[in-house]
Each structure stands twice: as C-alpha cells, then as structure tokens.
Design a protein around this ligand. Structure first.
Ligand code: C2O
Ligand code: CU
Length: 497
C-alpha cells in the first residue's frame, strides 16, 4: 500500500515496470478520439421484435442545455432538458427501440452500460457502429435479457463527464418485490460549464501530467503530500480531477433532492455511479443498508454501514426507514474539495441535516463490493477455463499516459476468444491508482463466483476473472475512469471469426 511519506510522483515512477513505461511512451492516443482502428458500418439493418415480445420505444435527444446547480447556472450537454436524462425502464425479455437524436455540435453514440445486448447496439464508434454526426439520428434495437440496475452514456471522448447519462432499470418478471418504494440514486462529479469543459480538463491533464481544476476553483495540486495522506482506505490515490460539485440526481447538497416515505416503509435503493473520476463512500445516516444486488446480479444479502461504489458500478440495497430526516451521503473518496453528494430522506418533520453532514456510518463497516458473496442463482456453473489471457493495467499521472498490455488503445493487441469458451482473464493493476475495470456485453465472475461487469481494482491488486464467451462480436474492456480510458486504458475483446 502507498506510504503517505512518499510523494505521489515517486510512488508512480517506482510502481511502473521500465518496459511498460517505455512501451506506453512510444505512443499516445490523441485526446478527443477513441483511437479505434477505423471501420465503417453504415446504417444498421432494422430488426423486428420476435413474436410476442413487448416493444419499448423512446427517443433520446442529446443537446446543449443550461442547468441550475443550486443557483449556479452551468451550460452543458444532456439527454433532454435535465441531467440525469430520462429513465429507460423495461422488463427482462423486452425489445427496446431507442432512437438517439444528436442535436450536439459533435459526434456521439450511446452505450448501454452493463446490458448483455447484441454487439451491433453496443454504441462503440469504430468498433460496433459509425459515430452519429451532428443533426443525425441512430436507432438502437436490442433485447434486454437480464434484470437489474444499469445506465447509459456516450462512448465518445470524455462526453460522459458532461450531463450525458441516465438510468436504465430492467425489471425481473419473477421478482416478488417485497418493498414499498424504490429510489433511483444517480451519483455524479461535476465540472462542465464551471469555467472549463471535460475536453479542456483532459487536455490539461495530458499537458501538465497533473491535476485539472475548474477555472474558478484555483489550482489545487492534489499531487501534494497533503492529498496523499487523505487517501486513508483501500483505494490509494483515487482520482485525477478536482471537481467543484458532487451531485445526487443532478442536484448539489445545498439544494438536495428530498426522498419522502413513511416510517417503517421498506425502500429499495438503486444506486448508480455515473461519475467520471470519483469513487464514493455511500451511507444513509441513522440506518444500516442490506445490499442485495451489484451490477444487476443477486448477492447473498449483506448488511453494511456504508459501501464503496466505483465509476460504472451499481448497487441495490434495501432499508427499513426510521422516523425523521436523514442524509443519504456519497462522500468522494480521497478528494478534499468540492464537498460531497447528498440527498435527503424524510419520513417526518424536523430539521434537515446540513450539506456537509458526516453520518457516523461513513466511519463504520464500509463494504468493498468485490468481497460480496454471490447468490447461488447468480453463479457461473463450475468449469475449468478453456483459454487464459493476461490483462495488465499500466500507466502514470506524470506523464499522463494510460494503457493496457504495454500500449494505449489502438496500439495494443486485441484480446481474442472463441465462441463457447470459458475465458479466464488474469487482470493485474500495475499502477498506483485504483481503476474500475469494465467489460462490455458480458458479465464476469470473480474467484468467489460474484458476478460483476465493473470491478474496482486497487493499486497493485489482481483478479482472475472468468467469463463465458456467449455473445459474439467485438467488445471493449476498459477503465471506467473516463480520463484514463480516453488516454488509452482500453482494449478490445474480439471473438475469433
Ligand atoms: Cu460505461 Cu465502455 O462503458
Ligand atoms: Cu483508471
């Protein structure tokens, strides 16, 4: 683990293999492009739903908007007039026809994060589709096979760090329910329109090999020892960007969303981390939460005071509400400015907690999600791997350069698999930062059997992750820190043709 006595710079250089550094130094992917070897796809062939399949249709308009963050006006891009954008909800087995209407001044796409869908609808420009040009529309058609909590966002540049994200919930037709209310809680870190844009932030990260701040927040260099010593907990140095705001459902803690219910009611929380560069610790003041699912898959119910959630991860929890007004807090891990994200849970009158409240649960038993145990029903059937590949996460802050298997995306060799194989990926984080590793089109199993599509990997941590190659196509595996991904920390997983 990182010693607080070492400067971050030294730690990073010390933590990198010489060969890896040299290989990464040889090529840097250019900002604003995904660096994908360019293929062209043309207009997708429309496919009809199967007989008897329910059809869900919706149009999502990506466009410039001005949002109000507790009195502060920010101009940004969003799906419709607000961020998060509109909920897409369906039942497992339904057929979705979702039209992206691009009113942005830039190319975009939509990726349906965590959904095990047909490859052609996965939303990765250059790999599964052409980028959608300004003024153009694109129709995504796919069946949603698995219930769970998901979200969607662009797969172009660092557009996720604007307001372009929205929740997606796939209901389980066989689930009993057993709760009185459901709250969808979308977490975000916010910088767009505060004197800078995510594109400018990335440019500055690459130019400086250091921190990027919003234009009006001053330049707080979090490479300093002060910040290193803040990183008490499992994740070491957790983020690159200094954000002025953290949001729950698009609102800052000074103007929080109020979730109302009655005392004694049982609520299902669906918590989604749509942030680009922030791991949160989530707690509900005065309550313990029972975690029931992660990334859509059932786990053995686990009662916790708080839990960590990495970028791209989702956790479902149930909680029986007490009488009063309680803060639902998401505290950015390892970040010293910008406050925290908070919503208010109210079952009675009484004074609301302040924006900077620290529920004692935050310093209680904090769950690391990869330590959850899978529900029996969620396990992959036991089977020895048919093939094994290595996946090494590499890079550094100074210079700002990230890659997988010795090179940034576009220069690294795609991983390959044959349909029907059980593939083992030996994933190793060879850096001194934490990375949420995300796989498209499949879920993987950790050695415990826990099913995830996004897993936090602490500095120098490794995981052997298994997947069944049951969804042919070309898929992405990448870090869900969007700045790392865009700087090269991505690799393709291709099925042998
Ligand atoms: Cu949510 Cu490839 O990403
Ligand atoms: Cu990363």
């Amino acid at each position: 683990m990182t010693s607080p006595l070492l400067s971050r710079r030294n730690v990073l250089l010390g933590g990198l293999g010489v060969a890896a550094t040299a290989a990464l130094a040889a090529c840097t992917s250019s900002p604003g492009s995904t660096g994908t070897p360019s293929r062209t796809f043309g207009t997708p062939t429309p496919i009809p739903p199967s007989p008897g399949q329910k059809l869900i249709e919706k149009t999502l308009t990506a466009k410039p908007v001005t949002l109000d963050l507790g009195g502060r006006q920010v101009s940004t891009w969003a799906y419709g007039d607000v961020a998060p954008g509109p909920l897409v909800r369906a039942t497992a087995g339904d057929f979705l026809r979702l039209t992206l209407d691009n009113q942005l001044p830039a190319d975009t796409t939509i990726h349906w994060h965590g959904i095990r869908l047909r490859n052609a609808a996965d939303g990765v420009p250059g790999l599964t589709q052409d980028p959608v040009k300004p003024g153009a529309q694109y129709v995504y058609e796919f069946t949603v096979p698995d219930p769970g909590t998901y979200f969607f966002h662009p797969h172009v540049g660092v557009q996720l760090d604007r307001g372009l994200y929205a929740p997606m919930v796939i209901d389980d037709p066989n689930e009993q329910g057993g709760y009185d209310a459901e709250w969808i809680v979308v977490l975000d870190d916010w910088i767009d329109g505060t004197g800078t844009t995510p594109d400018a932030v990335l440019k500055k990260l690459i130019a400086d090999g250091g921190t990027a701040s919003s234009g009006d927040m001053g330049g707080m260099d979090h490479g300093s020892m002060g910040r290193m010593s803040m990183g008490a907990g499992p994740w070491g140095d957790a983020g690159d960007v200094t954000y002025p705001f953290f949001l729950v459902n698009g609102r800052p803690p000074t103007d929080p969303e109020v979730l109302t219910a009655k005392p004694g009611q049982k609520v299902r929380l669906r918590i989604i981390n749509a942030a680009s560069d922030t791991i949160f610790t989530v707690a509900l003041g005065g309550h313990r939460m029972t975690i029931t699912h992660t990334d859509g898959h059932a786990v053995q119910p686990s009662e916790v005071d708080a839990f960590y959630i990495g970028m791209g991860e989702r956790y479902d929890a149930v909680v029986t509400l007490k009488d009063g007004a309680f803060p639902l807090v998401a505290r950015p891990f390892g970040k010293t400015s910008g406050g925290q994200a908070m919503a208010l849970v109210r079952t009675a009158g009484g004074a609301a907690p302040g924006a900077d409240v620290t529920p004692p649960e935050l310093s209680g038993q904090v769950l690391i999600g990869s330590q959850l145990q899978p529900a029996e029903s969620a396990k992959l059937p036991a089977k020895a791997p048919d093939a094994t590949v290595d996946l090494n996460l590499q890079g550094s802050m100074k210079p700002y350069r990230w890659g997988i298997n010795g090179a940034p995306f576009g220069k690294n060799e795609p991983l390959t698999v044959t349909a029907g194989q059980r593939l083992r990926i030996n994933a190793v984080n060879m850096t001194m930062m934490t990375h949420p590793l995300h796989l498209h089109g499949h879920t993987f199993a950790l050695p415990s059997g826990l099913r995830k599509d996004t897993v936090l990997m602490a500095p120098m941590q490794s995981f052997a992750i298994d997947l069944d190659a049951d969804n042919a196509g070309d898929w992405m595996i990448h870090c869900h820190n969007i700045y790392h991904a865009e700087a090269g920390m991505m690799i393709a997983l291709e099925y042998a043709k």
